[in-house]
Design a protein. Structure first.
Lengths: 460, 198
């Protein structure tokens, strides 16, 4: 389903930027969500203490992760849940496929799980003759459009209601030209209700898994995870190893942080605590590593595993808002995706840490205080050292390094730059300079600060 | 087996043990004033209908005024057996509850800061019921409203029930251009009856 492109972030952002009105609309919509977040969190004097506590709980959990995973497994087994371990995406997909095959069915309903996007589960199952229907409305919409989600919380935030109306007309039989969200959502409700009632197997994601009790928590607003899971005969829940938290009381912290950071809501409509299968039901948990234990070894980057997937860093990011989620060509987009992806494939995602202004807004809103912008900066250095940057960027960096390493070269280069921009602006204002795209070069100053200082202050 | 491989890689790569913080200090910030008004405001904001009642008879009257004849009403409360099915639905398969119009359930805990109620498997009758019903009504004692989620988890502890959920308002989606639509896959409405004995 997700068509992974070989284009880089700048090229894909360029495509998104071709429609300027859409960019403005996308930008404003996400900024509005960021403002809702601010309004929600500013009501609480303890917000910073909440963030700090959430951050420290996650930090502690990562420092004792092996024990917590073992405790979680033991408790889940005692609760009657079958526990599977998958080293990578391939093994995860094979485990899920085996469970489905054992029950002799060829279709499944799935609620939101970014992990299954990361593993490309839907494509894998489709190749094996198994139909998966995504039940979150936004995910169903992008699935009908044969696109990956562009945002982890708001999968079809890039789509206009008219485009959704066209998709529903084509696939779900709504009259042509209908784009009223009420009518479209009602159509999806009827369509998916039929799906929930007829699927024997349901897969859900996991927001939090509790070591102390062996239960897992799934949060939705739509009720789609619960509809799928409670109507199914087999419930499969896929989780990354980093979803563990030590105790149930810690949910008090994370459920307060999650939705207020995500959309400004006080809590999701449903925060469901799954501990034991329903009598007669089978319940499976698939615990997935897929590079996470390697990320845990990277001192500078392991904090990225604290992420609770709220999407606040995307909503606030000036680059994400104007380039769209698909420009990150990774299941998880935006600032957090840009520090997670290079761990999976440094060459393929070498462009992502550069898709940032390093303004730090992402780190400021992160509910678990991940130093996202610092990590973006550090990944750049790792990627350049490993030789994964493009030739023009490397050449530019070398030239910059040479210029900045000597005061006399710097002064000569500065003077030359001012003369060129004054007398021959076309030499820099052309299509060879990517900076000039959508911008004007600034007017060159008459003299450098150094020259001004010598003239005005240097005499004393 | 991938299990040993994964666990040993984690053990080898995890950083030095750090301290687990205490969540207790967060409780001190809670606004404990007028919890009923706090809860009502937030629950109404997230789309629930809040109704203060003195006894179960007032709940019955409200339900009879709002839900007509001929629709399937089920309840876990035996005292509602004259207006709802309180027994037969327990024999149904989950899919056979697809035509339930209204489910009336009981909760022992409500949370002022987010308008949510905590409901356990026993109080649901069947797990799917609070999700599959077209409309949901929940009765909770007004004295059982706690300020924050920290207080909520202190109150519920580590229950041994197989399933439980916080439910805050009717199901909703804003996936289409951020326009709020009430009634996604779960109930189209949620009525909260706050019972205050005087």
């Amino acid at each position: 389903m997700s068509t992974m492109s070989t284009k880089n972030h700048a090229e894909l952002a360029g495509q998104f930027n071709a429609d300027e009105q859409r960019v403005d609309w996308h930008d404003e919509t996400l900024w509005w969500i960021r403002q809702k977040r601010d309004k929600a969190v500013n009501q609480f004097p303890e917000w910073e203490l909440l963030r700090e506590t959430g951050s420290k709980i996650k930090e502690h959990t990562l420092s004792n992760l092996a024990n917590y995973l073992e405790a979680f497994e033991a408790n889940a087994l005692a609760n009657g849940i079958t526990v599977h371990w998958a080293a990578d995406a391939k093994e995860h997909n094979e485990i899920v496929h085996r469970i489905i095959k054992r029950h002799g069915v060829n279709r499944m309903v799935k609620s939101k799980s970014m992990l299954t996007e990361e593993c490309h589960l839907n494509e894998y199952l489709a190749e094996n003759g198994i139909e998966v229907i995504d039940s979150d409305l936004g995910e169903r919409i992008v699935q009908l459009a044969k696109e990956p989600p562009s945002h982890i919380v708001l999968p079809c935030i890039h789509k206009k209601k008219e485009e959704i109306g066209d998709l529903f007309h084509e696939h779900l039989g709504t009259p042509a030209g209908v784009s009223d969200p009420q009518i479209l959502a009602e159509t999806a409700r009827q369509h998916l209700r039929e799906v929930f009632l007829t699927r024997k197997i349901a897969l859900t994601g996991v927001n939090f898994a509790i070591a102390e009790t062996g239960e897992f928590i799934v949060c939705t607003n739509e009720g789609n995870a619960d509809m799928g899971a409670h109507l199914s005969e087999v419930h499969i829940a896929s989780m990354g190893i980093e979803k563990i938290i030590p105790k149930r009381e810690h949910l008090g912290v994370f459920l307060r942080l999650l939705t207020r950071s995500a959309t400004g809501q006080p809590i999701t409509t449903y925060s469901s605590h799954y501990k034991k299968p329903r009598p007669g039901q089978e319940m499976h948990i698939v615990i997935v590593d897929n590079g996470r234990s390697v990320q845990l070894s990277r001192k500078d980057f392991r904090n990225s595993l604290k992420c609770i997937r709220c999407g606040a860093c995307m909503n606030t990011c000036p680059v994400y808002r104007r380039s769209g989620g698909h420009s990150y060509h990774n299941a998880i987009s935006g600032p957090i995706g840009s520090i997670l992806a290079p761990n999976l494939d440094m060459e393929k995602y070498a462009d992502l840490p550069f898709a940032s202004t390093l303004c730090g807004s992402c780190s400021n809103v992160c509910p678990v205080k991940i130093d996202i912008h610092d990590q973006l900066y550090k990944w750049r250095q790792v990627i350049v050292k490993a030789g994964y940057t493009t030739k023009t960027k490397s050449a530019g960096m070398k030239m910059m390094n040479w210029t900045l390493s000597s005061p006399s070269i710097y002064h000569v280069a500065g003077k030359a730059g001012r003369i060129v921009m004054k007398y021959a602006p076309f030499a820099v204002n052309n299509s060879l300079n990517p900076w000039y795209k959508q911008r004007d070069m600034p007017k060159p100053p008459a003299e450098s600060f150094d020259e001004w200082y010598k003239k005005n202050r240097g005499k004393k | 087996m991938s299990r040993e491989k994964i666990v040993s890689a984690i053990r080898a790569n995890q950083p030095e043990l750090t301290a687990l913080p205490d969540v207790e200090p967060l409780k001190a910030y809670a606004n404990k004033e007028n919890l009923l008004a706090q809860f009502t405001t937030i629950a109404t904001n997230i789309g629930a209908k809040v109704c203060e009642v003195k006894n179960i008879d007032e709940v019955k009257t409200a339900i009879q005024n709002n839900f007509g004849e001929g629709k399937r009403i089920v309840s876990t409360l035996s005292e509602l057996s004259d207006i709802a099915d309180t027994k037969e639905y327990l024999k149904n398969l989950p899919v056979e509850l697809a035509d339930v119009e209204l489910a009336i359930l009981r909760s022992d805990l409500a949370v002022a800061e987010n308008g949510g109620i905590w409901i356990t498997e026993d109080q649901m009758g069947q797990r799917v019921l609070p999700f599959i019903t077209q409309h949901l009504a929940v009765i909770v004692d007004a004295k059982n409203i706690v300020p924050t989620m920290h207080d909520a988890y202190s109150s519920i502890g580590i229950t041994t029930q197989g399933f439980g959920a916080f439910i805050a308002g009717p199901s909703k989606t804003a996936d289409i251009e951020q326009s709020l639509v009430i009634g996604a896959h779960g109930p189209r409405s949620m009525s909260l009856f706050l019972l205050s004995e005087d």
